[in-house]
Design a protein around this ligand. Sequence first.
Ligand SMILES: C[S@@+](CC[C@H](N)C(=O)[O-])C[C@H]1O[C@@H](n2cnc3c(N)ncnc32)[C@H](O)[C@@H]1O
Length: 277
Amino acid sequence: MSEDHNQAALERLVTEVLASAKYGDVCPDLIRHIGTLETGKRKSFKEALKATKNKLHQVSGAYRGRLEQYASWLEEVRRAVREGDKEQLRAVNRHIMHHHASTRERLPILDQFYSSLMADLAPIRSVLDIACGLNPLAIPWMPLEQGARYYAYDIHQQMLDFLKDYMKIIGMEGETRAYDVTLESPQEEVDVALILKTLPCLEQVEKKASLRLLREIRAKILIVSFPVHSLGGRSKGMEEYYEGYFYKLIEKEQKQWKVSRFEFGTELAFVMKKEIL
Ligand SMILES: C[S@@+](CC[C@H](N)C(=O)[O-])C[C@H]1O[C@@H](n2cnc3c(N)ncnc32)[C@H](O)[C@@H]1O
């Protein structure tokens, strides 16, 4: 097949994925990235298209609910902020976080999660939330400095538009961006980077993406976490598996990186300090 032909097939694949209801707001760079890898492996266009959608399901679609109601969620957040009721805002945010499997699993541990992981990290003036999902809704649980900046990156443009409006309403400075972090690591210099339950997803696209990201992120502290149950709710030794996986991943860096381990009912987390920024 000629190069022009391959390129045309790839662009057609991107267009077809973007035309689907489920993946219509995924950043095209990620579709092109996965599409290139799958086109190289599959016999036909149809197979490559199907494999690309399957991969998008594994890295993102499987976690998302189908009932996102961004406009009414924003209205609820606006109302809670207008009334100055912090508990109401937390209740609204909990309700919204229920619509993404990753934040839903974190709800039972939310009251301890950030207060434990961030206890010794003050002052936190900037946070980079990589592959954030709906996690910026947990900002009210994070001990951040007044005027802190929050950078939230994921692949779904509509979700990020919602998060941008949400951050504006709660008065959080920052930025949201639809961005494939397996292609290029974010460059912001921050106090804390959150990489929550994300490394296994990135490795579905590219095996070496995880370590590269950990190395390249310009954060004083990295908080990395893993699920301890599968999406179906079974544990199957996942905690031991991911702990072993993580220490192996960073084994060459461990002389320079200081790691502390935290265990929660639904999540295993590591707070990691890179000696050199
Ligand atoms: C398991 S969820 C974790 C969400 C969030 N970090 C949390 O713990 O609540 C994985 C997230 O990674 C995002 N994602 C997958 N591949 C990505 C990529 N290449 N670049 C950026 N985000 C990605 C998905 O859209 C999804 O929101």
